[in-house]
Design a binder for this molecule. Structure first.
Ligand code: SAH
Ligand code: SF4
Length: 397
């Protein structure tokens, strides 16, 4: 089932990096990231009517402008006054693009002085297992391919630069936590990528996964503010979004209270607390039972399921007895659930090995035989370090 891995180590640099972030613009405040209400308030401060704020919101989030001069719905004199008042569009921009032989693109997106990683994964016809997962719970018919050949696409979004959770198998962990991203920096990754591919959201099907760098639930407020912008202003429906957490219980409890929210994925990654603790130190703070208890507080939508991600590490989590334990664990959890098996993606300086394909298949068979929905996540963009757990601002192999 798992597709053959691209073997090339060569990173393909598509767009050159131009270190153009002008020092002068640093003193300007970004409009991108503000809610419609905040934009209306900013216009009111300048003595302008509310519709000017609405025009700004449309320009930023629907027309995806990257400079004030492009907002032609506003008179030039007003645009000048907005700039004089210290505002700029300030949307994160793509600084570098790496393209995989499988069509995946990995971007370094400029956020202030640092870059953050975002991944674009277009899908053709040949992705039955992933389509089944992403389309789970919606009954849309087949869509025609776009001019560039993709039928649907998934954007993998980062929530922090680096990560503090320190999972032993993850390359992002090696960075440590550099900083939290702002709502504009999180939503801006999506808008920059939509603009690059000229995506028309009413015609093209786009899913978002908050599974890039960082732990979204350790940057909860900014993450949820970005989600609301993406729903209300950019126009992506909440059930098209999935957020993945390593099991930050206070975050899950807050998430359960949200009136509108993405789907949830939990990085289970191990069959029991002992193994989980050895590869995910966060398990010492919130063990599997605590995480499951918090997930049970979520009022699931009809047909909604929680996804359990399970990274398969050879000899550590991929054995037949582990599969049997996962079956028992999922049954006891008594949750609408499915499992996403992820063969470990290697990274420099990490001493695990990828599972044999046979081990992944038989693990899946054990789950399926027990009536548990289980998918194997096809690795995307491994040759450009875009696959799960490989995001570390790599600019060379
Ligand atoms: N911090 C969040 C979301 C980002 S990680 C979380 O941990 O859930 C997204 C997924 O990639 C997680 O399920 C994580 O377990 C998995 N992952 C991390 N490193 C990996 C690697 N090297 N190979 C395969 N999956 C990995
Ligand atoms: Fe952070 Fe997720 Fe990587 Fe763990 S797997 S270190 S939580 S990004």
């Amino acid at each position: 089932m798992a597709a053959a891995l691209p073997q090339s180590d060569a990173l393909v640099l598509i767009d050159g990096y131009s270190p153009t972030a002008p020092a002068a613009s640093r003193s300007h405040n970004p409009l991108f990231g503000l809610t419609r209400e905040a934009l209306i308030a900013a216009m009111a401060e300048m003595g302008e009517k509310p519709y000017r704020g609405r025009q700004l919101a449309d320009a930023l989030y629907r027309q995806r402008v990257s400079h004030l001069d492009e907002i032609t719905t506003l008179p030039k004199a007003l645009r000048d006054r907005i700039a004089e008042a210290g505002w700029e569009v300030g949307r994160p921009s793509i600084a570098e693009t790496f393209r995989s032989i499988d069509g995946t693109e990995r971007y370094l997106i400029q956020t202030g002085f640092q870059t953050v990683e975002t991944v674009w994964m277009p899908e053709g016809d040949d992705s039955a297992e992933e389509s089944a997962e992403a389309d789970e719970g919606n009954a849309e018919g087949k869509l025609p391919p776009t001019a560039s050949g993709w039928k649907r696409a998934t954007i993998c979004v980062s929530s922090q630069i680096g990560c503090a959770v320190n999972c032993q198998f993850c390359l992002t962990a090696k960075l440590g936590l550099q900083r939290n991203l702002t709502p504009g920096e999180i939503a801006g990754q999506v808008v920059a990528v939509l603009e690059r591919h000229k995506v028309e959201l009413n015609k093209n099907r786009v899913n978002l996964v908050f599974m890039g760098m960082g732990e979204p639930f350790l940057n909860y407020d900014a993450f949820m503010a970005a989600v609301r912008l993406l729903i209300d202003e950019v126009g992506i429906a909440a059930p098209r979004m999935t957020v993945s957490t390593s099991g930050i219980v206070p975050g899950i409890l807050r998430f359960a209270q949200e009136p509108v929210r993405p789907k949830l994925a939990i990085s289970l990654n191990a069959p029991n607390d002992q193994v989980r603790e050895s590869i995910m130190p966060v398990n010492r703070k919130w063990n599997i039972a605590a995480v499951l208890d918090s997930v049970r507080t979520i009022p699931f939508r009809p047909r909604e399921k929680v996804t359990f991600e399970y990274v398969m590490l050879s000899g550590v989590t991929d054995q037949p007895e582990h599969a049997a334990e996962v079956v028992r664990l999922i049954r006891r959890a008594n949750l609408p659930a499915m499992v996403n098996l992820i063969a470990w993606n290697p990274g420099p300086g990490i001493a695990f090995s990828s599972p044999a394909q046979g081990a992944v298949l038989s693990f899946q068979q054990t789950l399926l035989a027990a009536g548990i929905q289980a998918y194997i996540r096809r690795p995307r963009g491994r040759d450009i370090y875009a696959a799960c757990g490989q995001l570390k601002r790599t600019t060379a192999s």
